[in-house]
Write a protein that binds this ligand. Sequence first.
Ligand code: ASP
Length: 443
Amino acid sequence: MKKVVKFGGSSLASAEQFKKVGRIIRKDETRRYVVPSAPGKRTPDDTKVTDMLYSCYGQAILEEDSEVCFEEQFRAIEERYNSIIEGLDLSLSLEEEFKTIRTNFSKKIGRDYAASRGEYLNGIVMAAYLGYEFIDAADVIFFDEKGNLDIEKTDTILSERLERTERAVIPGFYGSGPDGRIRTFSRGGSDITGSIVAKAVHADMYENWTDVSGFLIADPRVVKNPKPIDVITYRELRELSYMGATVLHEDAIFPVRKEGIPINIRNTNAPEDKGTLIVEDTCRKPRFVITGVAGKKDFASITIEKAMMNSEVGFCKRVLEVFAENNISIEHMPSGIDTMTIFVHQDEFEEKEQKVIAGIHRAVEPDFLELESDLALIAVVGRGMRATRGTSGRIFSALAHANVNVKMIDQGSSELNIIIGVRNHDFNAAINAIYDIFVKTMI
Ligand code: ASP
């Protein structure tokens, strides 16, 4: 049994947090490969080390005299690490590392290099604390010329290296390009490193430790004390994260998904909680009919009506081309016999609306065209919906009871999700009504 464990910034923000992480790792000897982020916020108004590094590097490359600012910021970063080292009673010194980083900053070596030092240094501290081997991600994670992950090269070299290594710490977020220079993933990218490592060692589990006990059925800013999700499939997760529910970096799913490795989201501050298990598929009956409900506000809709539209070859294509020409991405496209409606992001659409309307008129000569704004889309997601009759009926009667007018309904053919369009101002009421009918009344 082998587990890869990734710890987010808040789990490693201070010596206290490091100690919790140490206890978690030592409790289970199969936790052999550790991927740390950079130290995160200790309090809500604290600054993440990654942000400190970006800002400090910004000072370093300024032409005018910014020496004082740079010094102050660099010292604050040193201080963050030194206080962790002291708090852990380690006989480690990062003096030489800081010296090298300073020199490289003065050579204006690159923003990615600067940001990556947060994970790099934290990896060194973590390895010393655990007594694990430190492996620099620059030696085992590779990017191509375009800055995309080179998964084949990475997988070959990384798996070979880890096969010879019983226990190791591999810092998250970065790797190196074909020219040997440091490259990073997008923000939150340590999740991706964890997933790549899990794939390379054929892990039995990828544990992703953060500061929440997994995914919640609904957004806690909308629903009071929502229940956690025990098990979710990759596809369900994709639907929910598309609608704005985020805990994990989106690109972290692909490497492990290919290998059928489950991801377990866990809480460093509540390690006894089971968290959420993300799996390819499961026979386990979901606790509730819905797995989750999430949504986004601020959409506009364009409804096009034309008699006999369905028999006109290429109608949809011509309409969609108008949007493409104006560089507007389409979010959703429910259609009827003689109508089609297109949902777009309001802010993207607003300044181009008249051009789009004129374009549609020219392209397909509709009988009627109508615009609506301030709409929200809500996705009700659940593998349990397929086996349960009357799910949509229950959703709509709950919404009717809550006095919410439904503007649009769309059920994906996978029966995994139902998308509902409502007015922005009905958004919270709608989500609460759906949560109540499927979750609250079932407890
Ligand atoms: N430290 C990086 C960030 O703040 C990467 C990560 O935490 O995953 O985005």
